[in-house]
Design a protein around this ligand. Structure first.
Ligand code: SF4
Length: 474
């Protein structure tokens, strides 16, 4: 059993004071650890030959891993000012059609490289706005995948698509269900009209609620809401109202991301008025409010930014130790290798990770030349693999088992991480972790600061040249 501690809703003033003190001590920036090493460590020296070598190795494993496919569909018809995604804002459908021609080439390329007996257990269409495409185009992509990969149809599959509620109607949702999607993720962000105006994403709450009802009646088994806290004009009162309405809609999973304001990296964010942004204290209060309200409503806190209903597979995975963190957040498909396709998509095989070209021009150029469109990647060293495991244990299970470490790596945990001990001692003194000869465990308060705890084990943190490349941890 994992050691996840759910945060009690009955927080006392003493505990609030405790959290206040932490804000001062941990005003740091850091990765969300959807991977380790993080994308910032990917190098342009990673080549197509490297990737082909790893694909070959994974095909030849005695039992090759099942697959998770990620397809990046970058087009959006409107710009949201908070956006940090790789997207192309356009009304021009022909641009999106051209993109599909190239995406099919990449699908075929990978289809030829991957052992056709490897089952695709997980599929995710992300963006951008995947629903920029009409249902016929989405069906054509699925057909293309089906020709090249072994797409499974059993109920344990996890086939999901991100939906912009402003772009779809009932028929669209019905068609997605009949095409085999069993999960949808709705971009909700915030229901408050002032916040919506400030981020340039106006969407009617009734539209969202109607879509949820329709998706349920069409048999979509799992509905996720994406929310964001830390947006301009957000207040405790306004976000509290949004959370109440979300709870009424009763989605199966809720992801509540912290807004990362990095206007130097994401140009769209320059249009956000910085004086409208909540301060650090309010951001932390928003996070606390979210956790408390969702727990009272019966959701289970999976970690960092994810909540799920008690009967959700994520909760089961959390209990039996099989929960993992991937580029799409928390996942139950721990054993799958990820093949990312589309502009800027990321893939992860046993031993390496890669990322595709980020611009359409570069992406098209490589595929036209008959090459995989990857631009950078990383080969994981033994040290990377060890630290990755420890960071995943912190992020997913709130516990590191030093005995299991010794068995797995034939190394003593305390000796291996001797340099990290002073940082661990600080976390211990601040009440964020507990530790003994055989374990490190995250305390109830530490659940607020998972990124800070994981960072202790990140070898690359000390060599970062620009802290602003990551978002604030609180
Ligand atoms: S937030 Fe989503 S819908 Fe909005 S511009 Fe970015 S990718 Fe497009």
């Amino acid at each position: 059993m994992s050691n996840i501690v759910n945060i009690r809703p009955d927080r006392t003033p003493v505990e609030l004071e405790f959290i206040d003190r932490l804000v001062g001590r941990y005003k740091d920036t850091g990765p969300r650890y959807t991977s380790y090493p993080t994308v910032i460590e990917f190098s342009e020296h990673f080549t197509e030959d490297d990737l082909l070598g790893y694909l070959e190795i994974s095909n030849q494993n005695e039992i090759p891993a099942d697959l998770s496919l990620y397809l990046h569909l970058p087009f959006c018809s409107h710009l949201c000012f908070y956006c940090g995604c790789n997207k192309v804002v356009t009304k021009n459908q022909s641009k999106a059609r051209t993109y599909l021609d190239y995406l099919f080439r990449e699908i075929t390329y990978y289809g030829d490289l991957v052992d056709s007996k490897r089952a695709v257990r997980q599929l995710h269409f992300g963006g951008g706005t995947p629903t920029f495409y009409d249902v016929e185009q989405i069906a054509a992509i699925l057909e293309g995948l089906d020709e090249q990969f072994y797409m499974v149809s059993d109920p344990s599959r996890d086939y999901s698509i991100e939906i912009d509620p402003r772009t779809v109607d009932h028929n669209y949702i019905q068609d997605l269900a009949s095409l085999g999607f069993n999960r949808i993720s709705l971009g909700v962000q915030d229901f408050d009209p002032e916040v919506q105006k400030a981020v340039h994403r106006i969407q009617d709450e009734r539209t969202v609620n109607k879509l949820v009802e329709q998706a349920r009646s069409d048999g979509i088994g799992s509905i996720n809401f994406d929310l964001i806290y830390g947006l301009p004009k957000q207040t405790i009162q306004s976000f509290s109202r949004t959370l109440d309405r979300v709870i009424e809609s009763s989605p199966d999973r809720i992801s509540v991301y912290q807004y990362a304001h990095l206007p130097e990296r994401f140009t769209a964010q320059k249009r956000i008025n910085e004086s409208d942004l909540p301060n650090t204290r309010t951001r932390l209060d928003l996070q606390k409010l979210t956790i408390e309200k969702l727990l009272v409503a019966g959701y289970v806190y999976i970690g960092m930014d994810h909540f799920a209903k008690p009967n959700d597979p994520l909760v089961k995975a959390m209990s039996d130790g099989s929960l993992r963190r991937s580029f799409q957040g928390y996942t139950t498909h721990m054993d799958c290798e990820l093949i990312g396709m589309g502009v800027s998509a990321i893939g992860e095989l046993e031993g390496c990770m890669y990322q595709n070209a980020k611009t359409l021009d570069e992406y098209y150029m490589d595929l036209k030349a008959g090459k995989l469109p990857l631009r950078k990647g990383v080969v994981l060293s033994r040290d990377d693999k060890i630290r990755k495991q420890v960071i995943m244990d912190v992020m997913c299970h709130g516990r590191v088992d030093k005995r299991a470490f010794r068995t797995l790596y034939e190394d003593d945990f305390d000796l291996y991480f001797a340099d990290e001990q002073p940082a661990l001692d600080k976390l211990y003194r601040d009440g964020l972790v507990d530790y003994g000869p055989e374990y490190i465990s995250v305390t109830e308060h530490g659940r607020y600061m998972l990124r800070n705890i994981a960072m202790v084990f990140d070898r690359y943190r000390h060599s970062l040249t620009s802290e602003t490349r990551f978002s604030k941890t609180v």
